[in-house]
Design a protein. Structure first.
Length: 460
């Protein structure tokens, strides 16, 4: 056994003992904590920690997944139960808590097995060739810049200049087409900026002229169209985390700095942005002194509870047998065309259980259970494990090559934020936002391919 493996096993053993002692002696009042419930949380905690310790890559969607589970689905609900707090004012029964822990446990193990199997398969093959590259010569970058700059006056016309700095719900009717238009305007400068930032730090032979000036211009436009407090917290985190990763060189993320940033973002930045969700910019800063950091007893950490409510809904009704999944995948089809499109899963559950506020979270495990029961949880975990492993290692290999800007170089940094978005849910609105955000990149792909095809025809 190597020294590195021994060190990892020692870390697991040490923190497991610390957590068990913390669990047994720090909380002296176990009025609200049953032993079987506590063991469920302990099992999920240990699995999370073990899977995180054995992560191979410094930066990966894999890590984000398990940090989300650790914080949102283990630490937060554990803290809520022992302090007799229930998000949205309704408690889960003992059986619902136990079943929720089992769903999370099954998801964790299945996701890990799927990721590990895919990882071994990828590493056993020769170094893959990444053929799909983004052109970054002067001519193409000028086109990208033009599209990005045009988005600013369009954004001002759509939103109003003052509304760029405040939280506003532009499209309250939930029209997917209007959402896509909004995201196209907001994310085009961000996507183009990410392309230029990756070009700047890459080993591309010929770089565009005035690259730094173009980056400064796009940074200003991106911030104005995506001002942090004007977006939802998850979308804001996705945008700025993606740009930070695009800007910094890969060697920066050694020594667990990525882990520190993810934990800090979820436990500090995410709750802090609640102030700007409730107040305007000035009032938000004025109320920072009254904000309680590290407090899980608020509705922002309702993910565990929502899985429990999903269990309750399925027990009272039945599975949706894929209807919710189809609704998410057919987000681009108007409801007037297809009648099978339903409401988001969290909205259905909230309405059926009499909640006044229906825009709730619905973790991906809950979505799987709502669609097909425990089989759905396994299917979702298998698909996500394979997909995230593929994405992680495509980015890893792209950075080793580092002589071209590949599409994965742009997709991956923003996908890290979208993982949290996806895992918290609900699935239907998240899919709309993911597709809307990457729509500019899809258009760039079509644009590059059309130019290449036209040149191929001329050369014949």
């Amino acid at each position: 056994m190597t020294k590195r493996k021994v060190a990892k096993l020692f870390i697991i053993y040490f923190f497991s003992v610390v957590f068990i002692l913390y669990f047994l002696f720090f909380f002296k009042d176990f009025t609200y904590l049953d032993l079987s419930i506590g063991l469920g949380f302990l099992a999920n905690f240990l699995l999370c920690f073990i899977f995180l310790v054995f992560a191979k890559l410094n930066i990966s969607t894999y890590k984000v997944c398990y940090y989300f589970i650790l914080i949102f689905l283990v630490m937060a609900p554990y803290s809520q139960i022992i302090s007799d707090y229930a998000p949205w004012g309704e408690y889960l029964t003992k059986s619902e808590i136990i079943e929720t822990n089992l769903i999370i446990l099954v998801f964790q193990i299945t996701f890990f097995v799927s990721y590990l199997y895919s990882q071994r398969k990828i590493l056993s093959n020769p170094f893959p060739r990444l053929d799909k590259t983004i052109r970054t010569n002067n001519k193409y970058v000028s086109y990208y810049m033009l599209f990005a700059i045009i988005c600013f006056p369009i954004g001002v016309w759509l939103f109003g200049f003052n509304n760029l700095f405040t939280k506003n719900n532009l499209w309250d009717d939930g029209d997917s087409f209007l959402f896509l238009i909004e995201f196209l305007v907001r994310s085009t400068p961000v996507i183009v900026l990410s392309i230029l930032l990756n070009t700047r730090k890459s080993k591309v032979a010929i770089k565009p002229r005035l690259l730094n000036l173009k980056i400064i211009v796009l940074t200003i436009i991106s911030i104005l169209l995506n001002f942090p407090v004007s977006l939802s917290r998850f979308l804001s985190g996705t945008v700025y985390l993606g740009l930070i990763i695009s800007f910094l060189k890969d060697k920066f993320w050694k020594r667990k700095l990525f882990d520190v940033m993810v934990i800090f973002s979820i436990t500090i930045i995410f709750p802090l942005f609640t102030l700007f969700k409730r107040f305007d910019l000035i009032e938000g800063f004025q109320n920072i002194s009254n904000f309680s950091f590290g407090n899980f007893n608020n509705v922002d950490f309702d993910s565990f509870t929502m899985i429990g409510r999903t269990v309750r809904y399925v027990n009272e009704h039945t599975f949706s047998y894929g209807k919710q999944l189809v609704s998410a995948l057919l987000f681009f089809v108007p409801r007037s065309v297809i009648d099978i499109k339903g409401k988001p899963t969290s909205t259905l559950i909230a309405e059926s259980q009499g909640f006044f506020f229906t825009n709730l979270s619905e973790p991906i495990m809950g979505e799987g259970f709502f669609n097909f029961g425990i089989i759905g949880v396994i299917i979702f975990a298998l698909i996500l494990g394979y997909t995230f492993c593929k994405l992680d290692y495509m980015y890893y290999y792209s950075k080793i090559e580092n002589t071209n800007i590949n599409y994965v170089d742009i997709i991956f940094p923003f996908s890290l934020g979208f993982v949290v978005f996806l895992f918290r849910g609900a699935l239907q609105p998240v899919v709309v936002r993911i597709m809307g955000f990457f729509l500019p990149l899809i258009l760039i792909f079509i644009f590059n391919n059309s130019i290449n095809n036209s040149r191929g025809v001329k050369n014949k």
